[in-house]
Design a protein around this ligand. Structure first.
Ligand SMILES: [Zn+2]
Length: 68
């Protein structure tokens, strides 16, 4: 179960992709229960900010900013 508390903090506009080290990622707000763009998670995910790498398309989740 992913909780809001378990999400990493929002890393800003210069977020570094954990896969390809590109600096810069898109941000998309996702409501609780909305699946991630890559199909992972679904119902169990809290409200969050989805980050997507501008280079390799890797997708990960971060906490709301400011935190809820
Ligand atoms: Zn990347």
């Amino acid at each position: 179960m992913t909780t809001p508390e378990s999400l990493p903090p929002f890393s800003g506009d210069d977020a570094k992709c954990p896969k390809c080290s590109n600096e810069g990622a898109f941000t998309e707000h996702k409501k609780a229960g909305v699946p991630r763009s890559d199909g992972y998670g679904g119902m169990r995910l809290p409200e969050r900010l989805e980050r997507r790498c501008g280079r390799c398309d890797f997708t990960w989740d971060e906490a709301l900013n400011p935190p809820a």
